[in-house]
Ligand binder design. Structure first.
Ligand code: NAP
Length: 322
């Protein structure tokens, strides 16, 4: 049997690290594409103790000639495309760069697969942000897309590119439409990680306030190490498809802050609203229906948001006190 070989873009990110760990546990040969791989950007792989087990290859995903060479040399059976400018906030400041990278990289990968080996199975990291202004909740795989940020527009364009290549060229392309998912490896600028890190600082007397934007919006959050399992499961199915990966529940950002504050005995007045942190457009509430992923993929998820916050806080505290 052909050795299962995975090529992962965005391997230095949160999901890339957790996904690598899963694939290695199934004896995959794992190649990770990076845009340079400074030692700092490998912290996720090092934290999980797998930095020596993945082979890193520098690659500019906007240069299809490099991609073609790498795919020919590594002969992957599966490609997981996780690389993206992934911050909604940053996309308002860098709309064109975000759109350019998040869409052209996908076109290049799919063209390369079509040219070299159409049997390669492909995973695209789509996002719940694509749904934006939703009229009906919960969101399902057939809800209408109405993106509200340059990031969401770029992900929607990439998503339709994937559908086009799947339908036109019969490629095994799967889009995981993931809702927010968190872990210790999340970048510090993202909301839940920022709240936990800054709350610990306040509780240790190292800072006084947590500044936030609009916290009366609600989101469907989950635990990243469990969400990446669904990526692997999608590529094991013979029929490609798109799946919502979410917890199915919703919680306001205010509730998250007060829960963490409560766990750390921080008074609520330490949370300050800063209107400069408001976004030009904001999704008010969203949560999804994960029935299809549970039934078709056998994906299991039953953590509540509070259980997830407990896990995240405990891991952050363990590492904070090192
Ligand atoms: P992340 O931690 O921000 O990682 C993003 C990865 O993309 C990093 O490896 C980063 O490399 C790479 N990257 C960014 N810009 C690049 C560029 N111009 N050229 C090459 N590589 C570039 O993201 P994540 O949380 O793991 O998410 C993985 C994917 O899922 C992303 O596509 C994201 O948009 C999508 N997604 C995430 C969530 C979520 O809640 N986490 C939800 C829905 C969808 P460097 O280390 O070099 O910066």
């Amino acid at each position: 049997m052909k050795q299962k070989t995975a090529l992962i873009t965005g391997i230095t990110g949160q999901d890339g690290a957790y996904l690598s760990k899963i694939l290695l546990s199934f004896n995959y040969k794992v190649y990770g594409l990076t845009r340079g791989a400074s030692s700092e950007s490998l912290n996720g792989l090092k934290y999980l103790g797998i930095s020596d087990e993945v082979t890193l290859i520098p690659c500019d995903l906007l240069d299809i000639s490099q991609l073609i060479k790498i795919i020919q040399q590594t002969s992957p059976t599966e490609i997981y495309n996780l690389a993206a400018q992934s911050s909604v906030s940053l996309s308002f400041q860098q709309p064109i760069g975000t759109f350019q990278f998040n869409t052209l990289s996908v076109f290049n990968l799919l063209e390369a697969i079509k040219l070299i080996d159409p049997s390669i199975r492909f995973y695209q990291a789509s996002s719940s942000e694509m749904y934006g202004r939703v009229n009906n909740l919960p969101i399902t795989e057939s809800s209408v897309l109405h993106p509200l940020s340059p990031y969401a527009i770029s992900k929607a364009a990439a998503h339709f590119t994937c559908i086009h290549y799947r339908e036109s060229y019969n490629l095994h392309i799967n889009c995981g439409i993931l809702f927010n998912h968190e872990s210790f490896l999340r970048q510090s600028s993202f909301f839940v990680k920022k709240v936990i890190q800054e709350s610990i600082s306040i509780s240790r007397g190292k800072s006084k306030v947590l500044k936030v934007g609009n916290i009366d919006v609600c989101r469907d959050f989950g635990y990243a190490p469990k969400y990446v399992e669904a990526m692997y499961l999608m590529l094991q199915k013979d029929q490609p498809a798109d799946y919502l990966i979410c917890s199915g529940k919703t919680i306001s950002l205010r509730e998250i802050i007060y829960y963490i504050f409560n766990q750390l005995n921080i008074p609520q007045h330490c949370c300050q609203i800063d209107s400069k942190l408001y976004r030009p457009a904001e999704i008010e509430n969203m949560f999804g229906d994960n029935t299809k992923a549970k039934l078709d993929l056998g994906w299991k998820y039953d953590l509540s948001m509070y259980q997830t916050l407990d896990l995240l806080l405990a891991e952050e505290l363990r590492n904070f006190s090192l």
